[in-house]
Design a protein around this ligand. Structure first.
Ligand code: ISJ
Length: 250
């Protein structure tokens, strides 16, 4: 992982990486919100009855894989089947996670959440015909959300290393609920919710040269961002943490 790659993996370093990624997530959603829903991009069409968005993500992931992407445990493809190998030499990063980390993925849940729940909350009804731009922006949002959520593997590793005596018996007992309780920090979650909402207000305002001429409204409703993190991003990150921990002693 970038932020913690060089030095010692610590909870503070991993949390810093998550905070930094919030900026990228907020900007990516603001960009997607410039276009209306554009429903035809999501309807089955074209070869094999796939939607444009599925076609685009599959092709983009194949290109990314050829360029050397998807080597790190936090970079997880949405369509891992038949991904081509990299065509260029890659530098392997030090292995800080358990080898089974690569099996942990919640991308199916992220995909469903993004299209079924989130998109209707931050895009307006309508069709501007910019389907290709729209699905490229969706892919950017999906990749960032997936990366953020799968960094949960590192969070779990640090928490385990900091308190193996607390985690090991629960892992051995396969007690997912108690693991979930142990790794949850409610005060941190409250701060995350407040901060992303503030980032939405800050990054999503119209910047003008006149004083007090900010105009009305934000490019994205800031409360949608806190809801996104509260209802989906943080719970899915914690699912990743639990799934990783359950394999940690194998
Ligand atoms: C990621 C962590 O684990 C949990 C998930 C959080 C998140 O997804 O932001 C925040 C706090 C914890 O409940 C953490 O402790 O930082």
């Amino acid at each position: 992982m970038d932020a913690a790659g060089g030095g010692e993996l610590s909870l503070a370093a991993v949390r810093d990486a998550l905070v930094r990624l919030e900026d990228s997530v907020v900007f990516a959603l603001i960009e997607r919100a410039r276009h209306p829903r554009n429903a035809p991009a999501y309807a089955p069409a074209g070869g094999g009855g796939r939607s444009l968005v599925e076609f685009y993500v599959r092709e983009a992931e194949a290109l990314d894989a050829k360029a050397g992407h998807y080597q790190k445990p936090e970079d997880v493809p949405f369509f891992p089947q038949d991904l081509p190998s990299t065509l260029f030499p890659t530098k392997s990063s030090p292995q800080v996670l358990h080898p089974l980390a690569s099996l942990v993925t919640v991308n199916d849940a992220i995909w469903k959440m993004y299209f079924d729940e989130l998109l209707p909350l931050f895009t307006v009804d309508g069709d501007d015909g910019s389907y290709a731009e729209t699905v490229a922006l969706d892919f950017a949002c999906l990749q960032l959300l997936s990366r953020r959520i799968h960094i949960g593997k590192y969070v779990a590793e640090v928490k385990f290393k900091d308190a193996p005596q607390d985690y090991s018996p629960l892992i051995q007992a396969k007690d997912s609920n108690s693991l979930m309780d142990l790794l949850t920090f409610k005060a941190v979650e409250e701060k995350v919710k407040k901060r992303v909402e503030k980032k939405g207000r800050t990054f999503g305002q119209n910047v003008t040269l006149e004083d007090n001429a900010g105009g009305s409204g934000f490019k994205i409703d800031p409360t949608v961002l806190s809801k996104l993190y509260d209802q989906w991003v943080m719970p899915l990150t914690k699912d990743v943490e639990v799934e990783y921990l359950l394999r940690r002693l194998d």
